[in-house]
Ligand binder design. Structure first.
Ligand SMILES: Nc1ncnc2c1ncn2[C@@H]1O[C@H](COP(=O)(O)OP(=O)(O)OP(=O)(O)O)[C@@H](O)[C@H]1O
Length: 253
């Protein structure tokens, strides 16, 4: 945790499109260092697209994301489980150690100090003794715990989580929420895509409500009002798969 690099994440007038159809449309927002923010919105609202843009996996069609002097290794990213191939023959220990290699940039055999760190991280997520299990043999909840252990080793100042509790039981969710609370206490910036509004209200001080465009952003109680949620739903009902391509010149007219 020593030497955590911190900087605000600034998203300015961001439009990200797939095949010229905007999934995120002229969004401007800012995540302060040490903030804990939930990103919410209807299906297809552009939440994953926004997260991937912050990580640098998607290129903006317009606007920009600025992460100050943060390097790629300072930003840890947990994709949706559906995006991860678990058939790869790799052990739990190696998967967790990848978090360390992501930070130091060297891939080599696990030495004693790293083995201890891996064991410590697995213990922190309730998976003592799972080191040599192939990841393909784990339940979804156990695998999600492994991915959180990997984030522990990555030790990044910014942590982005895309639907971390999807299909995860209540007990595991609570344990992982505790870990997120710990990261927040350590002043890391945490941004999580979530669908459970009660969970957001209970655990996330800030919220960004997205419906391709920004609907609301700020303290969770101010954001998650009935009016804002209704606006987001109405905006999502208007979407069509053949929606027009983004035409900024028309918008400015
Ligand atoms: N690789 C892709 N190619 C084409 N269209 C895509 C791609 N990824 C996402 N989209 C489209 O972009 C829009 C936003 O998708 P995104 O996954 O960002 O939404 P989301 O808010 O995370 O949705 P959900 O809550 O359902 O996970 C959707 O209409 C989706 O179909």
């Amino acid at each position: 945790m020593a030497g955590l690099r911190l900087a605000p994440i600034e998203v300015r007038d961001l439009t990200v499109a797939y095949d010229r159809h905007p999934a995120v449309h002229h969004v401007t927002c800012r995540f302060e260092p040490g903030s804990l923010t939930a990103v919410v919105g209807p299906n297809g609202a552009g939440k994953s697209t926004l997260i991937k843009s912050i990580v640098g996996l998607l290129r903006p069609a317009e606007g920009r994301v600025s992460v100050g002097d943060l390097k790629r290794r300072d930003i840890a990213y947990l994709p949706q489980q559906a995006d991860i191939d678990r058939s790869f023959p790799i052990t739990v220990a190696d998967t967790v150690a990848l978090g360390h290699w992501a930070r130091v940039g060297i891939f080599r055999a696990i030495g004693r100090p790293l083995r201890d760190k891996v064991a410590e991280a697995l213990s922190a997520v309730g998976l003592e003794g799972f080191e040599q299990r192939p990841i393909g043999s784990l339940s979804s909840g156990q695998f999600q715990r492994v991915l959180f252990a990997r984030l522990l080793l990555q030790d990044a100042g910014v942590i982005l989580l895309d639907e971390p509790f999807n299909a995860i039981d209540a007990r595991t969710t609570q344990d992982l929420l505790d870990l997120i609370g710990r990261w927040h206490g350590e002043k890391r910036t945490v941004i999580a895509v979530l669908h459970d509004m009660d969970q957001v209200r209970q655990h996330f001080p800030d919220t960004l409500l997205l419906a391709r465009e920004l609907v609301a952003n700020g303290p969770t109680p101010d954001c998650l009002t009935a009016a804002n949620l209704l606006a987001a739903r109405r905006m999502s009902e208007r979407w069509q798969d053949d929606a027009a391509v983004c035409a900024p010149e028309k918008r400015r007219a």
